[in-house]
Design a protein around this ligand. Structure first.
Ligand SMILES: [Zn+2]
Length: 284
């Protein structure tokens, strides 16, 4: 049953029946990859819309379109499904192979890349601890990471590897060897890791180095894949887990154990027989 709040198109942060909003699956133009990721992003966004509007600014036209739709839904002037379909039209015109219409699937990893890999990504640098010289690196700080062939033990370890220089560097100021740890002026506030069934331990917190100290990003959800269908679980700011399956009824439900710290890594990696495909970390 829909509550009276929901029929107005509001996005209740907490409802009496332990639900958050989510997207309903489209059986004509298969939409589960979009439903799973957008439901997670929606529920992160609706906890602090002003903050996330600012964060997502500059991520590109697809994210702009999604956030505008979230705002319309929040005001009760548009539906979440309509928003998803608008974003899909844009994605489809940019790449009809990756983002097809009809009864064809899309990869949630490709979708995360299109939505989250910001066009305004900062450039990293190494820091000399002796003379404080910054050594620029010809790379960018990404928001989406693909697991490589050498699967790391945990998401923490994986992210650490992604933010380290592979070759040793020497300071151009004092000629001392410098740490291979990347620094950046504005560490990402949200990242996605494309696990694709790899046996990776899902860490509760990952860290990214900023100017001088590391910034923590917290586990906020997982997209699962099984039987040609994506579902998702996300974690609220209050550390409650919600499950979403757009094919069932579109809404989200408090997970059985309701609290993230009651789940083991093995339990997180598989949900209703489906395997973890994409993990999202964000600021709380
Ligand atoms: Zn130096």
């Amino acid at each position: 049953m829909q509550s009276s709040k929901k029929t107005k198109g509001n996005l209740p942060l907490d409802t009496v029946d332990g639900q958050r909003q989510g997207l309903k699956w489209d059986c004509v133009n298969y939409s589960c990859a979009y439903d799973a990721l957008f439901t997670m992003l929606l529920n992160i966004w609706c906890e602090s819309p002003m903050t996330w509007n600012k964060t997502f600014r500059g991520f590109g036209p697809f994210m702009d379109c999604l956030i505008e739709g979230f705002q319309r839904a929040y005001r009760g002037t548009g539906s979440l499904e309509n928003t998803r379909d608008r974003v899909r039209v844009q994605l489809n015109s940019s790449n009809a192979t990756l983002f097809p219409q009809g009864r064809l699937g899309a990869s949630v990893g490709d979708l995360a890349l299109a939505m989250l890999d910001a066009t305004n990504a900062p450039s990293p640098w190494l820091l000399c601890n002796i003379c404080n010289t910054r050594l620029p690196i010809q790379s960018t700080v990404r928001h989406v990471f693909d697991v490589g062939s050498n699967t790391p033990v945990s998401t923490t370890e994986w992210l650490m590897k992604c933010h380290q220089n592979r070759t040793p560097a020497v300071c151009t100021g004092c000629l001392s060897p410098v740490s291979n740890q990347w620094h950046c002026d504005a560490p990402p506030k949200i990242i996605a890791m494309n696990i694709s069934d790899q046996p990776v331990r899902i860490s509760p917190v990952v860290k990214i180095m900023g100017k001088a100290r590391s910034s923590s990003l917290y586990f906020r959800g997982i997209v699962y894949y099984g039987d040609f269908h994506f579902t998702s679980q996300f974690v609220s700011r209050e550390n409650k887990m919600f499950f979403h399956n757009g094919i069932k009824d579109g809404s989200t439900h408090l997970s059985d154990k309701s609290c993230l710290n009651k789940y083991s890594t093995a339990e997180l990696s598989i949900c209703n027989g489906c395997k973890a495909s994409l993990v999202v970390y964000a600021k709380v």
